[in-house]
Design a protein around this ligand. Structure first.
Ligand SMILES: O=C(O)[C@H]1O[C@H](OP(=O)(O)OP(=O)(O)OC[C@H]2O[C@@H](n3ccc(=O)[nH]c3=O)[C@H](O)[C@@H]2O)[C@H](O)[C@@H](O)[C@@H]1O
Length: 375
């Protein structure tokens, strides 16, 4: 049955025209993608989709999410889709995965493009969330030169796109720009303590130059930028082979293996749940705040404490022989990290809603179910 609302008022004929335009845009951008950039665009299929809001054309935006098939990116894509926007998800699938966004493939508001941000791409967009870059130390150190290229050329290309289209640009920066911090907790005003020649430099310095590029484009070319400094984040859809502490410990505990603590385990981290982070990113994008903003959960744990929490949570009511073992310390591993989120609270009205323990229960359940699927 046709939608009665869609066929009546002038507003709705506008809506229909807009939809037609969107379809045209979709086709033209697909062609542009193939012809100019040799990018692969996935064919669409019919299916059931999560319920998206119907936005009026004035509020509907064309939003590009680079790294959109990654762990954080795919949750961001979900939220933007549910809000009713047109979303272009761009990923080279180095650490991202098609399965993270399969549920949107074929939806008329959604496009999936295989593309590496190191190469330029021509698209028409209103907002760019630039997340593309491996974030796990294991991955970003596995090809340090590529990480630097992604941080520099990837950000340069996306800022160029923002300049051309006058799109608002949000950089996913990181707590790693503070290095091994001499100030605790870390406010945005702290300039950091980074080893520029160490094994983490490809990421830390890469993200620092990405911030420097963003502010240079803002000053020189009036590009409308937002910078989020993201602290440790976890949740469903983390890769099994991610290598970061949350997924490592959960998988080890679920498989009854010893939990590998690097060094003495006295280093601290604060873990935020992915949905909180996504809410913070969207709030920042939709705000007027152009200074960098820390997004993180200030609940602080030592890695030893964290290991014990996981052992207890995963082992609940079950026989387990898993225990904590200490492996050699990792070079340049920051010894403490905790966000000062005063600015996020004051300027965005944002603070985490999900406690670390609550988020962890959901994440353990997710990993448990994926493990069950495997067997
Ligand atoms: O999770 C994140 O969002 C952050 O993860 C990393 O930073 P890092 O804090 O070093 O991440 P992990 O590899 O999870 O390490 C956290 C702590 O746990 C320790 N660890 C990690 C893994 C493990 O198996 N055992 C273990 O003791 C590490 O040595 C470190 O002290 C990235 O570099 C950041 O960009 C990113 O924002």
């Amino acid at each position: 049955m046709s939608d009665p609302i869609e066929n009546k008022s002038p507003q709705n004929s506008e809506h229909a025209a807009q939809q037609q335009q969107q379809q045209l845009y979709l086709r033209s951008s697909i062609t542009a993608g193939i012809r100019r950039n040799s990018s692969v665009v996935y064919p669409v299929s019919k299916g059931e989709y999560p319920p998206v809001k119907r936005l009026d054309p004035m509020h509907k935006k064309r939003i590009l999410v680079t790294g959109g098939a990654g762990f954080v990116g795919s949750h961001l894509v979900d939220s933007l889709m549910l809000l009713g926007h047109d979303v272009i998800c761009l990923d080279n699938f180095f650490t991202g995965s098609k399965t993270n966004v399969t549920h949107w493939i074929g939806h008329p508001h959604f496009e999936l493009i295989r593309h590496d941000v190191v190469d330029p791409i021509l698209l028409e967009v209103d907002q760019i969330y630039h997340l593309a870059c491996p974030a796990s130390p294991r991955h970003y150190q596995s090809n340090a030169v590529k990480t630097l290229k992604t941080s520099f050329f990837g950000t340069y290309n996306m800022l160029g796109l923002a300049k051309r289209t006058k799109a608002r640009f949000l950089l996913a920066s990181t707590s790693e720009i503070y290095g091994s911090p001499a100030v605790h907790p870390q406010p945005e005003s702290y300039w950091g303590n980074v080893n520029p020649i160490g094994p983490r430099a490809c990421y830390d310095e890469g993200k620092r130059v990405a911030e420097a590029l963003s502010y240079s484009y803002a000053r020189q070319d009036n590009v409308d930028i937002r910078v989020a400094r993201i602290f440790n984040c976890f949740g469903p859809r983390m890769n099994w082979n991610d290598g970061r502490v949350v997924s490592n410990f959960i998988l080890q505990a679920l498989e009854n293996k010893d939990l590998t603590v690097y060094g003495d385990g006295k280093a601290t981290r604060c873990f935020q749940y992915v949905q909180d982070l996504v809410d913070g990113l969207i709030r920042l994008m939709d705000s007027d705040v152009t200074e960098p903003i820390n997004l993180g959960n200030p609940e602080e744990y030592t890695i030893n404490e964290f290991a014990e929490i996981i052992l207890k949570m995963v082992g609940e009511g079950k026989e387990t022989t898993a225990k904590v073992v200490h492996l050699p310390a990792v070079e340049d591993d920051p010894q403490r990290r905790k966000p000062d989120i005063t600015k996020a609270k004051e300027l965005l009205g944002w603070e985490p809603k999900v406690s670390m323990l609550e988020g962890l229960r959901g994440t353990v359940a997710y990993f448990r179910s994926t493990l069950d699927d495997e067997h």
